[in-house]
Structures are given as structure tokens and as C-alpha cells.
Design a protein. Structure first.
Length: 831
């Protein structure tokens, strides 16, 4: 009986915490239970200690509900401790934090994500006008792009391509229609960049830069009416080519430390003395700078002579400087690896600009960092993530096809277990990346500027692309390594470091930004506590602190309890918003979200302000948050697509891999817990029965690989939105050969079974003749086999060049002809 009552007591308290019952209701419930059991003692044997324990619990909770009492004994004392230990935010950090909004990240930080809210979000869609642009001008542009010619012959986009991009207003996707722009949704902007990137990175970067952080974006949000009226139509029509210069040699990741200055002064401009700034800068790595006509410039403004007031240090500011202005140095090129988009340095010394060239005018002097961070919070979720997903989709499409076309040891290499693994990784990662891309775009199209989620997307989708391309290279072997027009992978491989580095280098983004900003911004209480203790210590601040602190305590206790109970029940205690085999993933993510919230709180409380310098812990917690988000995105995608049975293996791979990563990252935090003696207790709370996740099973890996090795709807959905060539070019030949090989597989199998020899592009003619003559295959099947083998030979071919050709623009395909045996049927066309 004692044990029973003990369990009853513990569970009553745990359940109140698990369900986050508000304090006053919890007190009422406990008081009711105390009264009920006190009365029941007349009829049943109810131990006194049990009734007393319930009573004590009720009174203790009631004590917490009396605010003056708890302020006196608890929160006022902790107030000064918090003032010391809370991380101090620099002004640039605060502006970065306040720039963005929070969205699904807040649900993940809550430890109790409301799944129905996620599923209620609209499914991604494009308008007819947007779809028509993608089917029309984007398709046409892709057809104009020849990667080999662009990189080797022109080292630039050819003139007709530039003209086409400008005339069709590709640079104006974010500019409103009233100013002549295309005014596309974030979904459409991303779809355009993704499709172009699937054909050629140089063109994609060229198009995406004016549509992300730069003059257009800044003008729309902060420009004066005159600036908007003048520049936006010119930017939309391509009359102006913009670039944005933030980075300098001294200040890369730490862009806020830029040494470039603007000194407020008066000078003669167009014959009149006007107020303005004398700017000096030395910027590098600026995309489009060599061809730009309009330079967006970030600099630190000072007013040493007090021309504007008492404040001499005005802060980071942004201006628009026409590149024809005397003193502007522009035109030299950097050569980024693997791509030839325009990129270069720009310099200027004491260049005078009138005040109305400052974006937003004089009143926006010093507002530059906030402007940049706000624009980055949105733009970072579009361009580079779209480029990353394009890489994943192309890797899926082409690597699966190549693994089916290429045979070794008499069978397609895709049938080897060792090859199935990278194939599954490519497909699974692409599914996950695309899900995250579209989910974040849904938020953007609702007007959100989700700073943390955009950092997650930038980091994870560029990193995911890197992993996909590396796996694709391995599967292709030498075919991926030897450069030439026949190689459709190596450029993507070469350019990987670009997207990893720009718009927030990935190491910094993972180890500093994602969890660091997320913890403060998306946590339900932390920012409130920090705000309360950072200002003047008056009674209002103390009251605010008290409210935030006690909400935080309740939240932490609840997450510890949720973590333990969900661990003990394997997540079964929490409901899923759907039924079916994938419902378990909602439960597992809820469980991990509680564990994450509990661990994050524990680490933050134990480390206080020192947390900022614990990047390894922050990086691991970032991984957890990233995969909670990726998991959510995959579940949403699965629903939006109508739960297609064929995609189940992709969902399984993605979810199992994400859950495993979450588990291992939490384990890494536990093993390196700031107070080692507590790590065992924390482990017991988070993983009471050991580690539940093992990653994707071999069966799942095989099923996912099969999706890439045949033509099917799941493969189409996975790679939707990329450019699929049907031409006689490198990727067109793969698409064609893949189709022909699949068509011919029944005939080839029949030949192998009958003649005990596998067909390949060296021996097929003889085998086909014998098989036709002996009636093993029909004439029609013979043609299929011939076509498939010839097409395969073209795919497998690599390029070679005459000696000394390396330094020159190389001649087109020198020898990409299949080694066709003498007895080939010359009448069968490969075209
Ligand atoms: C091809 C290309 C195009 C570009 N286009 C533009 C453009 O149009 N406009 C523009 O203004 N800039 C542009 N950039 C600049 C780009 O944004 C910077 O390269 C980037 O911010 C990183 O700066 P950095 O290269 O100086 O590296 P660094 O800042 O020197 O960083 C080196 C490494 O240290 C890591 N690191 C730095 N700080 C931390 C930290 N606190 N914790 C952990 N790791 C850290 C970084 O993650 C990185 O891995 C471009 C760069 C390239 C290469």
C-alpha cells in the first residue's frame, strides 16, 4: 500500500508538470486531492504521510503563487546574481537578435511542439504567373547555358546570356511590380534560383545576388521615396547592375568590425556646397562588383566635427554609390574556384558623397547593421539554400541514373550494397533539404523574417549539398574526376566551398549563431530575463524578472519531467496529430524536443554568460535544433504531398538519420556536461533505457536506393523543379541513356539467362545477333539493347585533350565517342 501511495503521489506531481498545468490550477488540484484523501480516510486506510505530503506540496506551491513572498525570498536575491552571469550583448549582437522573427523554432524550444499548428500552414505553391516564368524564360535561359563553354572559353556568361537575364528582369524578382519588378513570392524566387543552379552555378549566383541582400532589398525596406522612385525601376530593367560591399580584409565573419569609414563633412557637389560624407573603403570578394554600376557600400560613419549633433560615433551605415563616381575603384576580378561569376575588390579613398546617397537618408545614418541583419534574416533562407537543394536534386537524378547505367562485374553498380549506401544518403538528404527549404519559404511568404531558421537553412542545405556531391563523386569514380564537357559533376564539387563560406561561414553559423541566437530569441523566457536585468534595477525590472524567472522554472521542471516520462514510455505518452506508420515520428520528435529544451536550459543555467565561449557545446545543441527542424519539415512535406506510399522510405531514411543525429548530439553534450557529476543524472533523465535510435536500417537504405535506380513518381517528386536536359549534352545524355537502359533491361536479362553472358557496350552486337537468331529476343528488343548500349557508352566516355591544351580555352569534345566494336550495326542511330 505504501508503494502504491508513493507512486500515486509522485505521478500526481509529475503529471501536473508534464501537462504544464498552470500554477493556480495545480494548487487547486492538489488542495482538492488533499481534501478528498483526508475525507476518504474515514472509509479506507490512507496513510497519514501521504495526506501530509499532498498538503505540504499544496502549501509549497501556494507559496510560489504569492508574488511578494517569492520576490522577497527568491527572485530579488537572484536578480543581482543574474545581472553578473547573464551574457552581455554587444549592440551589433542585440541588433542581430532583434532583427529577425521567431516561428517554428519557438515551438521546438518549448519542448512541446504543437504539431497541428505546423500542419495547418499552407502547402507551398506558385502562382500561374510565377509558374509561367519558370516554364518560359527560366527554361529558355537554362537551354542557353553551357557550363564548359562558360567556365573554359568565356570565363564569364556569354553576352547573349547577360542580355537575356537583364531583358527578362531576372534581377527584379524581389522588386514590386509598381516599380517594374517581377514581385515574386519567396517560393518563386527560390524555384528560379534552384532551376538555374541545376544547370549552371555561375548563372545562378549572378541572378541570385541582386535578389538577396543588396541595394534592391535595402531600398525597398529603408530607402527614401526619391531613392525608390529613381533606383528601383532602373534596377528592375537591368539599367543598373548592383552589388553590395560589406566584407573587407580585416573584417570577414566579424563584419561589424569593418575599418571602412565615412566622415560627415561639407563639400562641393555639382557646383553647390552640400552636407555629405567622405568615404574610404577597401572591400574584397564582392560579387558582381567588376560589372556593377551601383555599389551598395557599408561603412562606419563618424561625425568628428559635430555637424549633426553631439554623437561623434554614428555607427554602421549603408549608401548607394554609382560606380562612375570619381574615386571609385572597381573592375578587377577574383577568380572563385569552379565558377566564373563576376567577383572582385572595390576601393575608394576620401570619395565624397552627398547625404541623400545614404540609404534612407541622413536619419538612417548608424542604422546600417540593423538593416543588414533584417535583410539577411529573410534573404539567407532563399538563395544559398536553393543552390544547395539544386545540387542535391541533380546528384540524386544523375547519380542514380549513372549507377544504373554503369556496369562492373557484369551488373549495374547500383546493385552493390556499398553503392546503395551513398545513393540512399544522397536521396534521403535531398528529401530532407528540400522539405526544409519549402517550409522556411512558407514562413517567409507569410511575412516572417525567421533569423534562426534562415541560419539553419543556410548552414544545413549548403552542408547537405556538400555531402551529396561528395557521395555523387564517389559513385561516379573516374568519370566524376576527369574534367571536360562530358563531366557534369566536377564543377559542382569545385564550387562547394563558395556556398559554405558566404553569407555567414558555416562553422561560425553552426557554432555561434544557430543555438546562440536561438536560445535567446526563441526561448520563451531567456530574453525577457536578460532584458529585465540589463537595464536600471527598479521595481518594475524586478517584477519583470520575477515573472520571467518563475515561468522559466516551471518550464524547466516541466521539460525535465516530460523528458523523463517520454523516455520511460518511448514517446508513447504524447499524442501524434496523424495516424499511420509515420505517427511515431511526431512522438519521437516531441520527446527529443523536450530533451533538447531541458538540456539547453541546464547548460545555460550552469554556464551563464560563459556559454558564449563554449562553441563545441553550442554546435552540438545547434545540431539538435537543426534536426528537430528538419524532422518537422519532412513530416510537413509528407502530409502536403498526400502521404504517398512511395515516399515512405525517403521519410524513414530522413527521420531515422535525423533522430540518430539528435541523439548523438545530445549524448555529446551529456558527455561534456559543464558539471561532470551531474551528467549521469541528466543521462538518466534523457535516455533512461539507453539510446533508442540506430539510424536508417539496411532495408530502408535499399528501398531508398531503389527510388534513384528506376523511373518512378517518388524520384520525380524528389527532383522536381530542376532543369532536365533532353539535348545531346552531358546531362541530356545521362537522362536519355537511363531511360533506354531501363527499357532494354528485360531484353538484356533474357540474353544473359539464355547465353550466360552479360551485355556491355563492347560485346553487345555479337550477343544481340545470336540472341535474335535463336529467338531469345525480338528485333524490336534488339534495337532497344543496341540503343541502350550506345547511349551508355556515351555516358561512360570521358574527355581527353591534345598535349598543351590545358592553358588554352579548350576545344570542344575531342574524344567522347564510345569504343564501338567493328561489327556495330552502323544503321542504328544514337542521336
Ligand atoms: C565567392 C565569394 C563571394 C562573396 N560575395 C560577397 C559579396 O557580394 N559581398 C560581401 O560583402 N561579401 C562577400 N563575400 C564575403 C563573405 O561573406 C566572407 O568570405 C565571409 O563572411 C567569411 O569571411 P572570410 O572569408 O574573411 O573568413 P573568416 O572570417 O576569416 O573566417 C575563417 C573561418 O573562421 C570561422 N570563424 C570566424 N569566426 C568564428 C567564430 N566566432 N566561431 C567559429 N568560427 C569562426 C569561419 O566560419 C571560417 O570557417 C564573398 C566571399 C566569397 C568567397
Amino acid at each position: 500500500m505504501t508503494a502504491l501511495f508513493l507512486v500515486l503521489l509522485i505521478f500526481s506531481v509529475l503529471l501536473l508538470a508534464y501537462y504544464r498545468i498552470p500554477l493556480l490550477i495545480s494548487i487547486a488540484i492538489l488542495a482538492g486531492l488533499t481534501f478528498a484523501f483526508t475525507e476518504l480516510r474515514h472509509f479506507y486506510e490512507i496513510p497519514a504521510w501521504f495526506r501530509w505530503s499532498l498538503g505540504i506540496a499544496t502549501v509549497s506551491l501556494a507559496g510560489f503563487a504569492i508574488k511578494p513572498l517569492r520576490r522577497l525570498f527568491i527572485s530579488n536575491r537572484l536578480f543581482s546574481v543574474y545581472r553578473k552571469v547573464m551574457p552581455k550583448l554587444s549592440s551589433t549582437e542585440r541588433e542581430a537578435l532583434e532583427a529577425g522573427t521567431i516561428w517554428w523554432d519557438a515551438e521546438l524550444f518549448s519542448g512541446k511542439p504543437r504539431w497541428r499548428r505546423l500542419l495547418r500552414q499552407p502547402a507551398p505553391r506558385l502562382s500561374e504567373r510565377e509558374q509561367a516564368f519558370i516554364n518560359g524564360p527560366v527554361e529558355e535561359l537554362c537551354l542557353m547555358l553551357d557550363d564548359w563553354e562558360i567556365c573554359e572559353k568565356f570565363q564569364d556568361l556569354p553576352e547573349p546570356v547577360w542580355q537575356f537575364i537583364l531583358e527578362n528582369r531576372f534581377f527584379s524578382m524581389i522588386i514590386p511590380r509598381e516599380h517594374g519588378g517581377l514581385e515574386f513570392s519567396a517560393q518563386a524566387n527560390s524555384a528560379v534560383v534552384m532551376k538555374i543552379a541545376s544547370r549552371n552555378v555561375t548563372a545562378a549566383v549572378t541572378v541570385m545576388v541582386p535578389n538577396s541582400l543588396g541595394p534592391g532589398e535595402l531600398l525597398m525596406h529603408y530607402g527614401t521615396e526619391e531613392q525608390k522612385k529613381y533606383y528601383l525601376p532602373r534596377l528592375a530593367s537591368g539599367e543598373e547592375i548592383p552589388c553590395f560591399a560589406l566584407t573587407s580584409a580585416l573584417a570577414g565573419s566579424d563584419a561589424g568590425a569593418m575599418p571602412d569609414t565615412g566622415i560627415v563633412c561639407k563639400d562641393i557637389f555639382e557646383g553647390e556646397e552640400v552636407l555629405g560624407l567622405r568615404i574610404s573603403w577597401d572591400k574584397r570578394y564582392i560579387t558582381l562588383a567588376p560589372v556593377a554600376t551601383l555599389l551598395g557600400l557599408a561603412f562606419h560613419a563618424y561625425d568628428p566635427d559635430g555637424l549633426l549633433g553631439d554623437n561623434t560615433d554614428l555607427g554602421i551605415s549603408c549608401a548607394l554609390v554609382p560606380t562612375g563616381t570619381p574615386g571609385v575603384e572597381i573592375g578587377n576580378r577574383h577568380m572563385p574556384v569552379g565558377a566564373v561569376f563576376m567577383n572582385g575588390p572595390t576601393r575608394g579613398k576620401d570619395v565624397f558623397i552627398p547625404m541623400d546617397w545614404v540609404i534612407g537618408g541622413q536619419q538612417c545614418l548608424g542604422q546600417g547593421w540593423r538593416m543588414l541583419m533584417q535583410s539577411l534574416a529573410a534573404g539567407r533562407a532563399i538563395s544559398l539554400p536553393s543552390l544547395g537543394v539544386a545540387g542535391g536534386k541533380m546528384a540524386s537524378l544523375l547519380t542514380g541514373a549513372y549507377a544504373r547505367i554503369r556496369t562492373q562485374f557484369g551488373v549495374p553498380i547500383g546493385s552493390f550494397g556499398g553503392i546503395e549506401e551513398p545513393l540512399a544518403r544522397i536521396a534521403g538528404r535531398t528529401y530532407r533539404m528540400d522539405a526544409a527549404r519549402t517550409l522556411t519559404l512558407i514562413a517567409l511568404d507569410q511575412g516572417e523574417k525567421p533569423g534562426v531558421l534562415s541560419a539553419i537553412n543556410k548552414y544545413q542545405l549548403t552542408e547537405g549539398n556538400r555531402q551529396c556531391i561528395i557521395d555523387a563523386m564517389d559513385v561516379h569514380g573516374g568519370k566524376g574526376i576527369v574534367l571536360g564537357p562530358n563531366n557534369y559533376l566536377a564543377r559542382a564539387y569545385q564550387t562547394l566551398p563558395i556556398s559554405i563560406t558566404v553569407e555567414g561561414a558555416n562553422i561560425l553559423t553552426r557554432s555561434m549563431i544557430i543555438f546562440g541566437q536561438g536560445a535567446i530569441r526563441a526561448h520563451p523566457c531567456l530574453l525577457k530575463e536578460m532584458n529585465a536585468v540589463s537595464g536600471i534595477a527598479n521595481s518594475q525590472a524586478r517584477r519583470n524578472f520575477d515573472n520571467a524567472l518563475f515561468t522559466h522554472i516551471g518550464f524547466s521542471l516541466s521539460n525535465a519531467v516530460r523528458s523523463l516520462l517520454l523516455g520511460l514510455t518511448g514517446g508513447r505518452m504524447t499524442p501524434a496529430p496523424v495516424t499511420g506508420p509515420h505517427a511515431k515520428y511526431y512522438r519521437q520528435l516531441s520527446r527529443m524536443s523536450s530533451a533538447f529544451a531541458f538540456m539547453a536550459d541546464s547548460v545555460l543555467v550552469l554556464l551563464g554568460g560563459r556559454f558564449k565561449f563554449k562553441e563545441k557545446l553550442s554546435g552540438r545543441l545547434a545540431d539538435v535544433l537543426i534536426h528537430l527542424y528538419m524532422g518537422s519539415a519532412m513530416l510537413k512535406r509528407f502530409e502536403d504531398n498526400g502521404r504517398p506510399a512511395g515516399d515512405m522510405a525517403l521519410l524513414q531514411w530522413g527521420m531515422e538519420d535525423s533522430l540518430y543525429t539528435i541523439q548523438q548530439s545530445l549524448l555529446g553534450v551529456i558527455q561534456n556536461f559543464p558539471v561532470p557529476v551531474l551528467s549521469r543524472i541528466v543521462r538518466l533523465i534523457v535516455f533512461p533505457f539507453g539510446l533508442p535510435h540506430t539510424g536508417p536500417s539496411d532495408k530502408t537504405v535499399k528501398s531508398v536506393a531503389q527510388i534513384l535506380l528506376s523511373e518512378n513518381e517518388s524520384r520525380d517528386r524528389l527532383t522536381d523543379g530542376v532543369f532536365i536536359s533532353d539535348r545531346d549534352d552531358a546531362t541530356g545524355r545521362v537522362n536519355k541513356a537511363f531511360h533506354l537502359v531501363l527499357e532494354a533491361q528485360a531484353a538484356e536479362r533474357a540474353i544473359r539467362n539464355a547465353l550466360k553472358q552479360s551485355v556491355n557496350f563492347e560485346n553487345y552486337e555479337g550477343l544481340v545477333k545470336r540472341a535474335t537468331e535463336s529467338g531469345v529476343i525480338t528485333e524490336e528488343q534488339a534495337t532497344m539493347v543496341r540503343l541502350a548500349q550506345k547511349a551508355s557508352a556515351l555516358v561512360i566516355a570521358v574527355d581527353d585533350f591534345p598535349p598543351g591544351a590545358g592553358a588554352q580555352p579548350l576545344s570542344p569534345l575531342v574524344r567522347a565517342q564510345p569504343a564501338v566494336p567493328e561489327d556495330t550495326d552502323k544503321k542504328t542511330s544514337v542521336a
